[in-house]
Design a protein around this ligand. Structure first.
Ligand code: EPU
Length: 416
């Protein structure tokens, strides 16, 4: 796959765009599928690099995983045990590989999981995941870059999360779903992807209540039976295309979305002067005559998502006035700033805050995608900028956006 995107800016985007399945739901459901007996079939899985790496990890573990002609993904674990170790060379490529900790412990009481890689957006510790595993009866050792988790007998337990971590909540749900007794997660993450995982596990016979609130109760069941399940649409991909409409002053119908998942994004987009209208097919976004400044604070769901912070910064760098963006989730998510400045943005950093002084226009430049969402923000800036932008290390963007080139081209963007 080519690693460079070249965009000629200045074209307002018009048309319809179909949103793919959610990356972060797809990744965790793929991991959870190894706990089922029989063939799981997942529909609406996005064909993105991160998913392909998860599929490779499954194959290395001795789990059959393959794409069907109708684009669904089949996952068939063996009747006996799977390999309990995630291979470092693959695991280092994505943070979500840590989700095999919960899936493997839940399936067979043992997991050897490489300390994960993924986007360089902060220190991303695993303490809360491990706190959950220990509470449910696992012994943990960390050696040579691996987490060794073993349990002779897991048991239901209560776990309080100091922060509503998405990954820790998911891992503990997977550990607990087949563990005898009642497990309770307090201060659980409430993201839609957590609800999707609970719905998926419940479709297989799991007993999970309260997903989507901060108190999740899981009653262990002895067996999960494989099912066919459709993954929710990707709210971050949807938000990115909504900003594409706003930043170029175009009009885009974003199809296949769950509007409630997008409320925090819609609210902020409207503050910047864009019009967002809910229709039967999706959300119709119209760019305003002017882009207005807005202040943003990233927070766990239903707060404004950290995964949309960089894209919003791209939009606000063209606003008529000054905006303040506070990043509360990942400390390193401002690497985008230096790249945006290369395109003429005026942004100052003060600790966890970015002060974005809007400028009337951006210009094309040679820039580098430092992580997935920073890459998406550069695409947005490039679409609005005067002249040509070359985005290097675009592989980060392909990790999370299915067919981005085709989708943007169909809206009239000049991208290759
Ligand atoms: N944290 C801890 N200890 C832990 C776990 C997390 O201190 O044991 C902290 C992190 O350092 C961070 C905060 O908690 O400051 C939030 O991390 P969280 O665990 O919620 O994030 P994650 O599970 O690693 C998922 C998504 C991210 C998304 C975050 C927040 C997946 C595969 N990744 O990561 O998605 O930003 O939740 O919503 O689900 C992306 O798609 O671009 C992306 C990075």
């Amino acid at each position: 796959m080519k690693d460079i995107l070249v965009i000629e800016g200045g074209q307002p985007l018009y048309g319809n765009v179909h949103i793919s399945g959610a990356k972060n739901a797809g990744l965790v459901l793929i991991a959870a599928s190894i706990m089922a007996e029989g063939e799981t079939i997942l529909d609406n899985v996005p064909r993105i690099c991160d998913v392909e790496v998860m599929v490779q990890i499954l194959n290395e573990m001795g789990v059959k995983a393959f794409w069907n002609e109708d684009d669904s993904l089949s996952i068939i674990p063996p009747a006996t045990t799977v390999k309990t170790q995630t291979p470092y060379e693959l695991a280092k490529k994505l943070r979500a590989s840590n989700l095999f900790l919960g899936a493997l412990l839940g399936r067979q009481g043992e997991a050897i999981v490489s300390l994960p890689g993924g986007c360089d957006i902060g220190s991303r510790p695993m303490d809360l995941h491990l706190k959950g595993a220990q509470a449910l009866g696992a012994d943990i050792d960390i050696e040579h870059g691996y987490i060794y988790a073993r349990a002779l007998q897991m048991h239901g337990s209560r776990v309080y999360l100091d922060f509503p971590s998405v990954g820790a909540t998911e891992n503990i749900m997977m550990m607990a779903v087949k563990t005898p007794g009642l497990s309770i997660i307090e201060n659980a993450a409430k993201e839609p992807e957590i609800v999707d995982l609970a719905n998926f596990l419940n479709s297989m016979g799991g007993k999970i209540r309260g997903a989507g609130t901060d108190l999740i109760k899981i009653e262990g069941v002895p067996v999960l039976n494989a099912c066919r399940y459709t993954i929710i649409p990707d709210r971050i991909e949807a938000g990115t295309y909504m900003i594409a409409a706003a930043i170029t002053g175009g009009e885009v119908l974003v199809e296949n979305v769950i509007p409630t998942h997008l409320h925090p994004i819609v609210a902020k987009l409207q503050e910047t002067g864009a019009t967002v209208q809910e229709t039967e097919q999706g959300l119709l976004v119209k760019g305003g005559q002017r882009i207005l400044p807005a202040d943003i604070k990233t927070l766990p769901y239903p707060g404004f998502p950290t995964d949309m912070q960089s894209q919003m910064m791209a939009l606000l760098s063209l606003a008529e006035g000054t905006s303040v963006i506070v990043e509360n989730v990942f400390e390193n998510r401002f690497q985008i700033v230096d790249e945006l400045k290369r395109m003429g943005a005026k942004i100052k950093l003060e600790g966890h805050s970015a002060i974005v002084e809007g400028t009337p226009s951006l210009y094309g430049a040679r820039v580098k995608a430092t992580d997935l969402r920073a890459g998406a923000a550069l695409v947005l800036s490039a679409l609005a900028a005067r002249g040509e932008t070359t985005i290097e290390e675009a592989i980060h963007i392909f990790r999370g956006y299915e067919d981005i080139e085709t989708k943007l081209k169909s809206l009239g963007a000049k991208i290759k």
